[in-house]
Design a protein around this ligand. Structure first.
Ligand code: TXA
Ligand code: MG
Length: 323
């Protein structure tokens, strides 16, 4: 089937209440018509996700936010203008009619115009909002290729659109504009500094991003099956050696020139954007059961690495937050 035929088929499925996995520049999404409750219920059931978790509604055009949100502040337009289409989700006050399955029963809604050409083509052809969480089973790593989606969800979706590897590779930056000052709910491809520059306004980070939370504070977390540990560059040789001494197979995701003498080493890129592009695919590759532990050399703690550190901390179980 040509890509145009694929899009036409996807639109027909969405209109009929089907569930379609599609590529975005961040991660693959599992999409359904955001006005069709029955279709939305299927998303939750395919993912195994609790129904009180809200879904992001994906739109073709920034102007469509007015269909879904009200009392939209100027900062929202400033961010939309600068970053859409792109890896940014805005949390705004919802319109009264929006389904509780989309909002998780809250007064707010998450909206995003993705940049991937296949996603945009799909959204333009469909015309309405497509609600889509990441196309993974609940609690697992987001898929960054169509093959990952097939591994995660099998034939759960009615169709999986092919779009290659996601160019950003980690989920969108989520900014809430519902309170007096903008708040980053999830760091992503767009840095806090870039957000502030576009809005001409400070953006707040929740405490969970500023400091590391004690494990076990929230019930569910998001991690590979293989334990993942963040280790400082200086400690890496000793930690790797101590696992080897116990007869454990340790894989290493290194940032410096470190190479493990005893196990597999993946040299990760020193640029945060390139690191984000590789991150989930590398974790997936190392999580196949061939290692007892994944040792990750801790990235710098600077703003440019905020999203990477957030995802690594979640994957290591240091931050337990629901997905
Ligand atoms: O990059 C992305 O954002 C990807 C692609 C597919 O667009 N989507 C994604 O969706 O990561 P999901 O459902 O896996 O994560 C969305 C996060 C969830 O943590 C959800 O709780 C939060 O966004 N969220 C959605 N709507 C919200 C709302 N109204 N208020 C607060 N958080 C919201
Ligand atoms: Mg997700």
């Amino acid at each position: 089937m040509s890509s145009q035929e694929q899009i036409a088929k996807a639109v027909t499925l969405l209109r009929a209440g089907g569930v379609v996995a599609f590529p975005t520049e961040t991660v693959y999404g599992l999409g359904a018509d955001a006005t069709n409750d029955e279709a939305l219920r299927r998303i939750f059931s395919i993912k195994g996700r609790p129904a009180d978790h809200p879904l992001i509604v994906h739109l073709a055009f920034p102007t469509q936010i007015q269909d879904w949100a009200r009392d939209i502040p100027a900062a929202a337009y400033a961010l939309a203008e600068r970053f859409w289409p792109g890896p940014l989700t805005l949390i705004l006050r919802r319109r009264a009619w929006v389904s509780a399955l989309v909002t998780g029963g809250q007064e707010t809604i998450g909206l995003r115009v993705p940049a991937h050409p296949v996603a945009l083509e799909l959204l333009r052809a469909f015309g309405g909002g497509v609600a889509a969480p990441s196309a993974n089973r609940f609690g697992r790593i987001s898929p960054t290729s169509a093959e990952h989606v097939r591994q995660e969800l099998g034939d759960g979706p009615d169709l999986i659109l092919e779009g290659g590897a996601c160019s950003v590779g980690i989920e969108s930056t989520i900014v809430a504009l519902t309170d007096s000052s903008p708040l980053i709910l999830r760091p992503g491809g767009i840095s806090p500094a870039a957000l502030e520059e576009a809005m001409g306004q400070k953006v707040e980070l929740p405490g969970t991003l500023q400091t590391v939370r004690a494990p076990g504070m929230l019930a569910s977390h998001y991690a590979p099956a293989t334990p993942l540990r963040l280790v400082g560059a200086q400690q890496l040789p000793a930690v790797a050696a101590s696992f080897a001494a116990e007869g454990k197979r340790a894989a290493v995701m290194a940032l410096s020139g470190y190479r493990s003498a005893t196990g597999q080493t993946v040299a990760m890129p020193s640029d945060p954007a390139a690191y984000g592009y590789d991150l989930y695919a590398v974790i997936r590759m190392l999580d196949g059961g061939q290692h007892d532990v994944i040792l990750v050399e801790r990235p710098p703690r600077t703003g440019a690495w905020l999203a990477i550190n957030d995802r690594l901390q979640r994957a290591s179980g240091v931050i337990h937050r629901e997905r």
